[in-house]
Write a protein that binds this ligand. Structure first.
Ligand SMILES: *[C@@H]1O[C@H](CO)[C@@H](O)[C@H](O)[C@H]1NC(C)=O
Ligand SMILES: *[C@@H]1O[C@H](CO)[C@@H](O)[C@H](O)[C@H]1NC(C)=O
Ligand SMILES: *[C@@H]1O[C@H](CO)[C@@H](O)[C@H](O)[C@H]1NC(C)=O
Ligand SMILES: *[C@@H]1O[C@H](CO)[C@@H](O)[C@H](O)[C@H]1NC(C)=O
Ligand SMILES: *[C@@H]1O[C@H](CO)[C@@H](O)[C@H](O)[C@H]1NC(C)=O
Ligand SMILES: *[C@@H]1O[C@H](CO)[C@@H](O)[C@H](O)[C@H]1NC(C)=O
Ligand SMILES: *[C@@H]1O[C@H](CO)[C@@H](O)[C@H](O)[C@H]1NC(C)=O
Ligand SMILES: *[C@@H]1O[C@H](CO)[C@@H](O)[C@H](O)[C@H]1NC(C)=O
Ligand SMILES: *[C@@H]1O[C@H](CO)[C@@H](O)[C@H](O)[C@H]1NC(C)=O
Ligand SMILES: *[C@@H]1O[C@H](CO)[C@@H](O)[C@H](O)[C@H]1NC(C)=O
Ligand SMILES: *[C@@H]1O[C@H](CO)[C@@H](O)[C@H](O)[C@H]1NC(C)=O
Ligand SMILES: *[C@@H]1O[C@H](CO)[C@@H](O)[C@H](O)[C@H]1NC(C)=O
Length: 593
């Protein structure tokens, strides 16, 4: 979450305290109701549906997703400003829930709510009503997580096994405390626990709780950041209400100026468990750093280790980064993906150094998420154990094959994709037949460009060295911004397998590039003045018997497909006739800016 408390002073002026629509059971109270005990009984609480005059409750904000910079297979908010992904869980019907730090009233950070969207495939998202609202002027609902309390450890859910508990930071000018809210309706609406906070504090620097269920100790475990102390606190709880501080993980890796948004997750190790001393899973501690990343602003680092229910022990002192470009921050893992499987994260694809000024503001929104990333651990040549990060389930949005060449040697593939509605593509290039008895040679490059303006982004790989690079400098948007780095590069390492691979997703104003199935990845936003419509992939200088197999596909326009006749995506608007949990707000009352 954004560190500044400065914007909280601005909040009061945005506040009017008049709700335009109200859920039937909400109290519209700006202060918590009487605090009851924190024992595990279902406690009464306040509905989270407090609202400012221009923030609708019970209905999603409408948005127009037709702008030339608006991604079509990435999540972005209907209007306003988005940052960290929050509360991510997959429910018992396999529906993914994504919440997000959301300012519904402006295109810069501030006035933090929890926005909400759902998806069956992690690409095609349905906007839902805002899930958690601040309780009064000066309050912000900052980052956090959500769990399903199947066993009713909290006592909130006497009659159901799909109760959802959100754990988040309440930010006020005085302090940051950890609070909870519970949902009877699968995460669509929440009631704030009347005994909040569940972890009190007098510090303004204590935030971003991420909670998991730790099967071995049958306890809930929270990681939470003490940002300016460069510490991650590990807490445990039997019931999500009473928390015990167990240990701190501190001063590891790059500290930058703050630690934020920690995650702890158990990942399968490919090839692990075969030898006696090789574990079949490892734990990963991820810590986002902002400001103070090596390339400026925000980035995410991770540590591999073990976790015994109270202490995370890093295997080594090595700092590893999740990404080699600059737009991958505050990633969160989904709760409730069965252990033993690849786990899935979504990351905020932006950087605090320029996120409040990116040109998408002209289209009424700022920021998008990364595509979902699947993760496991592999033991890589020379690098050793590493977290692999690949586009998860991309096939669900792959549409039409635009080009295919299974035996491109030194050569070029050009694709005019001006007719692709989404403006979004997926491509793969597999180099095979690399020799094991002579030095590797050759380069493989891709370019996406606007035939109208000549602007482009490009990237590629030097197969000889393993270098992979990306350049967004030939685009107009943010060209004069001193923090908007143009070029990024990193080095992979050939493992002698005879093959080398690069793939990527380009989606109007964001590109994600993957080397060798996710051994390295780069997430980068870019802002051309004209839409891109031409892709060129070139190979030269390849070893004599090597070959390249190239495929390029269009991706579905998941947002444009949802637009009504007026071009507006309304999201999950109901008549208020079904569950009683939602009502239709008057669209006229929603101020769009
Ligand atoms: C919560 O429970 C703990 C342990 O039982 C107790 O010490 C504490 O006073 C309780 N807090 C509140 C606010 O009731
Ligand atoms: C629920 O209870 C079962 C049976 O005791 C246990 O194995 C499981 O870990 C519990 N899960 C959660 C999330 O409470
Ligand atoms: C389940 O319990 C909650 C809280 O007591 C109550 O609001 C809800 O109506 C109950 N649902 C059913 C289906 O009984
Ligand atoms: C916050 O400060 C007050 C006043 O000094 C103190 O009574 C309280 O225990 C403190 N709370 C925490 C959580 O440290
Ligand atoms: C967990 O690890 C810590 C540090 O190694 C140790 O002090 C603690 O006793 C361990 N806990 C359990 C339950 O093994
Ligand atoms: C790829 O780009 C690099 C860096 O600009 C260049 O050295 C190389 O010749 C290019 N290769 C092809 C096939 O265009
Ligand atoms: C590619 O070009 C190089 C020379 O630049 C040549 O040695 C090699 O045989 C060619 N490879 C293929 C697969 O055609
Ligand atoms: C690239 O290789 C992967 C893994 O073998 C395969 O699944 C994929 O279809 C290949 N792609 C192309 C374009 O040949
Ligand atoms: C998105 O999901 C909706 C509802 O499940 C479906 O009707 C629609 O066809 C999907 N759109 C795309 C582009 O897959
Ligand atoms: C489209 O806009 C017109 C004019 O504002 C309005 O009457 C109509 O109901 C809208 N249609 C939809 C489907 O939103
Ligand atoms: C719309 O929201 C309701 C809860 O308010 C939920 O039950 C329903 O599944 C949602 N529908 C869609 C398509 O997201
Ligand atoms: C509301 O629910 C009633 C009873 O189920 C149904 O007859 C009616 O058609 C519904 N109205 C709307 C607008 O969906």
């Amino acid at each position: 979450m954004y560190p500044s408390t400065a914007f909280t002073t601005v909040l009061a002026s945005l506040w009017t305290g008049i709700a335009i629509a109200q859920t039937s059971d909400s109290t519209n109270s700006a202060s918590p109701s009487t605090v009851s005990s924190n024992t595990s009984t279902a406690a009464s609480g306040t509905s989270s549906a407090y609202s400012q005059s221009d923030v609708p409750t019970g209905t999603p904000l409408p948005g127009n997703y037709a702008g030339p910079l608006r991604p079509q297979v990435h999540f972005s908010p209907p209007v306003g400003f988005m940052n960290d992904p929050n509360g991510m869980f997959v429910d018992q019907d396999g529906l993914y829930h994504l919440y997000y730090q959301y300012n519904p009233t402006d295109t810069v950070a501030g006035n933090q709510h929890w926005g909400h969207a759902t998806s069956h495939d992690l690409y095609n998202w349905t906007n839902q009503p805002i899930a958690i609202f601040p309780g009064g002027p000066g309050e912000g609902i900052f980052s956090g997580s959500a769990v399903i309390d199947v066993n009713n450890t909290s006592g909130f859910f006497p009659n159901q096994t799909n109760g959802v508990v959100a754990i988040y930071t309440l930010n006020t000018p005085e302090r940051q405390t950890q609070e909870i809210a519970y949902s009877y309706d699968n995460g669509y609406s929440f009631i704030k626990y009347s005994g909040n906070p569940v972890i009190g504090s007098n510090s303004t620097q204590f935030r971003d709780p991420k909670v998991i269920w730790h099967e071995a100790t049958e306890r809930w475990v929270m990681v939470v950041a003490y940002p300016v102390d460069f510490e991650v606190g590990i807490f445990s709880s039997p019931n999500l209400i009473e928390w015990t501080a167990e240990s701190n993980f501190s001063h590891y890796g790059i500290t930058g100026l703050q630690y934020e948004c920690p995650n702890m997750v158990e990942l399968p190790v490919v090839g692990g468990g075969e030898a006696e001393d090789s574990p079949s899973t490892l734990w990963v501690m991820l810590i986002s750093i902002n400001p103070g990343a090596p390339l400026g602003g925000s980035i995410t680092q991770y540590f591999l280790g073990t976790f015994n229910g109270t202490h995370f022990e890093a295997l080594d002192s090595q700092t590893r980064l999740t990404d080699f470009a600059k737009d991958n921050y505050a990633g969160q893992f989904f709760y409730n993906i069965p252990s033993g499987q690849d786990q899935v994260s979504i990351n905020w694809a932006s950087n605090w150094q320029y996120t409040n000024v990116v040109p998408t503001g002209e289209e009424g929104f700022r920021s998008s998420m990364s595509v979902p990333r699947g993760h496991y651990i592999a033991d890589l040549e020379r690098f050793g154990l590493s977290m692999i990060s690949y586009p998860y389930n991309i096939s669900s949005v792959v549409d039409t094959e635009l080009a295919s060449n299974s035996s491109l040697g030194n050569g070029t593939v050009a694709v005019d994709y001006s007719a692709v509605e989404s403006g979004a593509l997926y491509f793969e290039a597999n180099v095979t037949g690399l020799p094991d008895d002579s030095p590797l040679t050759g380069t493989l490059n891709f370019t996406f460009m606007s035939s109208a303006s000549g602007e482009s982004v490009s990237g590629g790989t030097f197969i000889s060295s393993g270098d992979v690079w990306f350049n967004r400098g030939n685009t107009e948007g943010l060209a004069s911004n001193p923090y908007f780095n143009n070029k990024f590069s990193q080095t992979g390492l050939y493992d002698g397998s005879g093959s080398w691979n690069i793939s990527g997703i380009v989606d109007r104003s964001i590109i994600e590039v993957f080397l060798n199935g996710g051994q390295l990845s780069a997430s980068s936003v870019f802002f051309p003045s004209q839409p891109f419509d031409l892709m060129i992939l070139r190979v030269a200088g390849l070893n004599e018997n090597a070959s390249v197999s190239v495929g390029v596909w269009s991706l579905r326009a998941t947002w444009l497909d949802q637009a009504n006749i007026n071009g507006t995506v309304l999201g999950n608007v109901t008549t208020g006739n079904d569950t009683g949990a939602t009502t239709t707000a008057s669209m006229e009352a929603v101020k769009l800016f």
